[in-house]
Design a protein around this ligand. Structure first.
Ligand SMILES: Cc1ncc(COP(=O)(O)O)c(C=O)c1O
Length: 380
């Protein structure tokens, strides 16, 4: 077993996190302890400030006009479930792309059994989606379009801006799964006409696992999946209708949220453009290097401008699982192998059911780590 650890699985969760993240979490646990909205004492108020400050930072970062429309969740999966199940009713129809993650597909499949059919608009072999194809698939009953902003298998960036315009002009709710792009690509809810933005905190936003949020455009009517204590309107047996309380029942993850704020603050300090440029450079190096290794097949756009820092590949004649296992045990290189919770994308790119090996560098990945990875693949 290799002693060395070369982490190249940032599309699963970013690692390492900026030092400010664990510091903020520890300080919240040591100094605040209490829960927001649970009593009027000073510690509860301090906890409330942590949530409020993070909400404001998220609203600024994604251009959400009112931070009350940012609802904390435990991950993108929960956000997507609230968005889909909170809006769709029997008779509604949904459009989705051919590279959606199971976080979208499984709730859609369940909804379809309850009378909410969906149509998959096919993507090309590199994962690209044509906005024209999507527009042609709209039915009179289409109530919602859901799109991942970038594929977690190939990194392919989907045309969110164009689809947002189509959705708005047809009065269709537009849900974006930004699990792979929040903190990696610029996202502007207003400019992109996004009605519901589902994000996870532990990937590009560099926060801890167990954090995420759903940003809801003013005027979008959503039902709750969970009801309970919110610390507000306690005299009423009805779930409060005001945001964010309506969707934040139960004790919130205050330490996690403080870590998420520190992650976003780091991105703001470094600059999103700088992070994107760095990740593009690493992706370019990976693509160029891998295309020079005999027997390696790479999937996706093969163009850093058109993808996030995610590259999927296979070594011919070798099972992807075996290659990934050698990379880990012999060289200490951590990648992700298989179907990546996204069988649909693998069917689209022609790698189902074996899957691929996914390499995903992050902002902290060094050039020498990419060199080491490429040398190791060459040896295999
Ligand atoms: C495209 C996409 N959507 C949704 C998710 C789900 O994110 P989480 O596990 O944080 O809920 C992921 C995570 O792998 C993803 O890559």
């Amino acid at each position: 077993m290799s002693e060395r650890v070369c982490y190249l699985d940032n599309a699963a969760t970013t690692y390492p996190k900026p030092p400010g993240v664990s510091k903020a979490m520890l300080e919240t646990m040591k100094n605040i302890g209490a829960s927001p909205g649970r009593g009027g004492h000073r510690m509860s108020l301090m906890a409330g400030k942590v949530l409020f400050g993070t909400r404001e930072r998220i609203a600024g970062f994604f251009n959400v006009p009112d931070s009350r429309n940012v609802v904390f969740t435990k991950n993108a999966t929960e956000s997507i479930n609230i968005a889909l199940k909170g809006t769709l009713r029997p008779g509604d129809h949904v459009l989705a792309s051919g590279v959606e993650h199971n976080a979208v597909m499984r709730p859609l499949e369940k909804l379809s059994r309850g009378g909410v059919p969906y149509t998959i608009v096919p993507c090309g072999r590199q994962g690209f989606l044509s906005p024209d194809d999507l527009e042609k698939a709209i039915l009179p009953s289409t109530r919602l379009i859901v799109l991942t902003h970038a594929s977690n298998v190939t990194g392919t960036i989907l045309p969110v801006l164009e689809v947002g315009k189509i959705a708005r002009s047809r009065n269709i709710i537009f849900l974006v799964d930004a699990a792979q792009t929040a903190g990696a690509l610029r996202i502007d809810m207003e400019e992109m006409n996004i009605d519901l933005l589902a994000c996870t905190g532990h990937k590009g936003l560099m926060g801890p696992q167990g954090t995420g949020f759903l940003a809801i455009r003013e005027g979008i009517k959503l039902d709750t999946l969970v009801e309970g204590g919110t610390g507000s309107r306690s005299e009423s047996i009805e779930q409060p209708d005001l945001l964010p309380d309506k969707f934040e029942s139960g004790t919130q993850n205050t330490p996690g949220v403080s870590g998420l704020e520190a992650g976003i603050a780091f991105i703001e300090n470094e600059g999103l453009d700088k992070i994107r440029e760095r990740e593009k450079a690493l992706t370019r190096k990976l693509l160029e290097g891998l295309s020079g290794v005999k027997g390696v097949e790479i999937f996706g756009p093969l163009d850093p401008e058109k993808q996030t820092a995610v590259v999927s590949f296979r070594v011919s004649g070798k099972d992807p699982g075996e290659t990934a296992e050698i990379l880990d045990s012999k060289y200490g290189i951590i990648t992700r192998v298989g179907l990546h919770c996204c069988p649909l994308a693998h069917k689209t790119i022609g790698t189902y059911p074996e899957g691929t090996i996914r390499v995903s560098p992050g902002f902290f990945t060094t050039d020498s780590e990419i060199d080491y990875f490429l040398r190791s693949v060459g040896k295999i």
